[in-house]
Design a protein around this ligand. Structure first.
Ligand code: NAD
Length: 307
């Protein structure tokens, strides 16, 4: 009999979180006469960035957050963006600010992210928030890793004492996710491009979280029976990159649209071995937006408490 893993549906869990955020915003409106506000700075015409920002605007509308997008030409200077951030930092109706990345080459991304007030840093990328995360202090945590932990908790996956392997060590996913797992008392191994023998670190793990951007990096022989797998990767497969093994699980979608999204895990083959697995799409992606909305609500609550 073929075993089938339980799918961890980010779409379902994120819908629950959005309902909770919406209810709390309604309460905040009544009790504090405050509506959370999110400002997104979008520079240039990058098609992927435009889609991400449109999804964030849609998410805000669904839960009752006021959102506005500041659109800037891709010839902007660092100082132009800093001037916009300064205005937004000083507005009482804006509780969350995020700058859609990547920024054009001439812009100093580090300076831009540093300029956002840590209290309005809903992406959680400011070193003050990163530092607080290390120190286990209350703070705004990056949305994708907090979404991953939320998924695991809502699926009742035991984290305490679990052996977790984090594949990928970026500032936006791998490193903060590692800290969150440690804060939940998991034993964490972190792997990256220079890791000598990736399989050695994944094959005995109770939980594997993969965020590399390498299609199907994780194969069935790298995973133990009953492992929990969270696939963060988003890889857009177009005609030039298509191959039968990459497309097996998303063939129908590819044929319909001429392109499709796949993750960093060889889903078809890994799924029968796993106890739980998150799909791509419909896994971590929708959680990221939901947690961003939750962070905006949190920033608004912090502003109300400060008054
Ligand atoms: P990144 O490029 O900043 O980092 C990639 C990481 O993977 C690095 O630590 C690198 O060392 C590691 N890596 C690369 N190749 C490897 C290999 N062969 N073996 C082991 N490690 C390897 O990427 P990121 O920003 O963390 O994003 C990773 C993936 O997650 C991308 O596909 C991205 O699109 C996706 N992502 C998804 C969401 C979401 O909401 N679902 C959010 C952020 C990122």
């Amino acid at each position: 009999m073929i075993k089938i893993a339980k799918l961890i549906s980010g779409s379902k869990i994120s819908a629950q979180i959005k309902d909770e955020v919406k209810a709390q915003i309604e309460q905040m409106k009544k009790e504090n006469d405050t509506v959370p506000g999110l400002a997104v700075i979008l520079v240039g015409e990058n098609p992927a960035s435009r889609v991400y920002v449109a999804n964030k605007e849609k998410g805000c509308a669904q839960v009752g957050i006021n959102s506005e997008t500041v659109r800037m030409e891709d010839t902007v200077s660092t100082d132009d963006i800093l001037a916009e951030i300064d205005k937004l930092n000083n507005r009482d109706d804006i509780h969350g600010i995020l700058v859609q990345l990547p920024l054009p080459q001439q812009v100093d991304t580090g300076r831009v992210l540093m300029a956002i007030s840590p209290d309005k840093d809903v992406d959680g990328f400011h070193p003050v928030n990163m530092g607080k995360l290390v120190a286990q202090q209350d703070c705004l945590v990056p949305a994708t890793p907090s979404g991953i932990i939320e998924m695991l908790k809502r699926e009742n996956i035991n984290l305490k004492g679990a052996n977790a392997t984090m594949v990928g060590h970026s500032e936006i996913v791998g490193k903060p996710c590692t800290l969150l797992l440690l804060n939940e008392w998991a034993t964490v191994t972190v792997c990256h491009i220079e890791t000598k023998d990736l399989k050695m670190h994944t094959k005995d793990a109770d939980i594997i979280i993969v965020a590399t951007g390498v299609p199907y990096l994780i194969k069935e022989d790298m995973v133990k029976e009953g492992a929990v797998i969270i696939d963060v990767g988003i890889n857009r497969i177009t005609k030039d990159k298509a191959s039968p093994d990459l497309l097996e699980w998303r063939k129908e979608d590819f044929e319909k649209k001429g392109a499709t999204l796949i993750g960093d895990v060889d889903f078809q083959r890994v799924e029968p071995k796993a106890s739980h697995i998150s799909p791509v799409p419909g896994g971590v992606g929708p959680m990221t937006i939901a947690m961003l909305l939750k962070n905006t609500l949190k920033a608004a609550k912090m502003a109300v408490e400060k008054k």
